[in-house]
Design a protein around this ligand. Structure first.
Ligand code: UTP
Length: 296
């Protein structure tokens, strides 16, 4: 059995073109979802799954990310003076979450290229990758289960979600075989963003991975693929096709997931998460009912 999985990589160097102009000077991972940036939900999820060390792959707008996870002494002093200890606790939460590190990607040459930038930091251990625009509801378990399966089977594990076949061109799509565990499948093939006619299934790859370190060797020789970018999916396809790297397994996730990289899904995420909150929920739900009743 491999050693404990304690490191995570969060690629946050994409251009975020779907959210321009909001992402002109700020990474999309910093967009607020209710009152926390998306990235904080993701780091909290990693920590809940046993991660203690997080490496963010940053792009040209990295300052906002670094500042969010750093102390702001003036703010802390001001809140302390006012006796606003609840807000002080919330402000400090992001600072104390995990041991955070940053490395620049340079040119954004794709998700695979971003992950490859983590090679030196990660070393020869399995590690998690979390995409900052996928939020998994904290009431549902995904990454912890992936870490468990990766450790037990000494393999790489991806997260799969059943999607409407018409959406296949937005995702990597997997071909799978069943295993003796209900939520675990063996991945036999992967294709990046196929048209619905070419999609081998309706199981889409979502933004959580637990990868064996051999992925770096494979990524180093992976040529640019779809969109002329180095695709993580292409490297995983090679790992799935060979027994040399322990294969690739998938967890079929049946919980709540919010895709905040897309404008409509971002709005849905805010409404759903706010409506479920103890503090804001009652007011949001009551306003929402009135608002919906007034629609045509
Ligand atoms: P996306 O393709 O969703 O991100 O990449 P994007 O390019 O920022 O978004 P759009 O389509 O232009 O709006 C998935 C993840 O990989 C990261 C992104 O930050 C995102 O979390 N990424 C992508 C990198 O870190 N580097 C890259 O070169 C590409």
């Amino acid at each position: 059995m491999s050693s404990a999985i304690t490191k995570a990589v969060i690629p946050a160097a994409g251009l975020g073109t779907r959210f321009l102009p909001a992402t002109k000077a700020m990474p999309k991972e910093m967009l607020p979802v209710v009152d926390k940036p998306a990235i904080q939900y993701v780091v909290e999820e990693a920590v809940d799954a046993g991660i203690t060390d997080v490496l963010m792959i940053t792009g040209r707008n990295k300052n906002a990310l670094e500042n969010h996870f750093d102390r702001v002494t003036e703010l802390e002093v001001a809140l302390q003076k006012k006796g606003d200890l609840e807000r002080l606790r919330r402000v400090n939460k992001s600072t104390d979450l995990a041991d955070l590190h940053y490395v620049r990607q340079g040119d954004p040459r794709g998700l695979g290229h971003a992950v490859l930038r983590a090679k030196l930091h990660v070393g020869n251990n399995s590690f998690a990758v979390l995409l900052g625009d996928d939020i998994i509801d904290s009431r549902d378990v995904l990454l912890r289960r992936m870490v468990e399966v990766a450790t037990q089977r000494d393999t790489s594990v991806i997260a799969l979600l059943e999607v409407d076949p018409s959406l296949s061109s937005m995702y990597g799509i997997a071909t799978v075989e069943r295993t003796d565990e209900d939520d675990v499948v063996r991945v036999t093939g992967l294709v990046e963003k196929p048209s619905p006619a070419d999609a081998p299934s309706n199981l889409a790859v979502i933004g959580r991975y637990v990868l064996r370190p051999e992925v770096f060797t494979v990524l180093e020789r992976t040529p640019p693929g779809k969109g002329d970018e180095i695709q993580l999916t292409d490297a995983l396809q090679e790992m799935a096709a060979s027994d040399e790297y322990g294969g690739v397994y998938g967890i079929v996730f049946r919980g709540r997931r919010y895709d905040t990289g897309d404008r409509l899904d971002y709005i849905k995420a805010i409404v759903q998460l706010a409506a479920d909150r103890d503090d804001l929920g009652p007011d949001v739900r009551s306003w929402l009912k009135g608002f919906v009743a007034g629609l045509d």
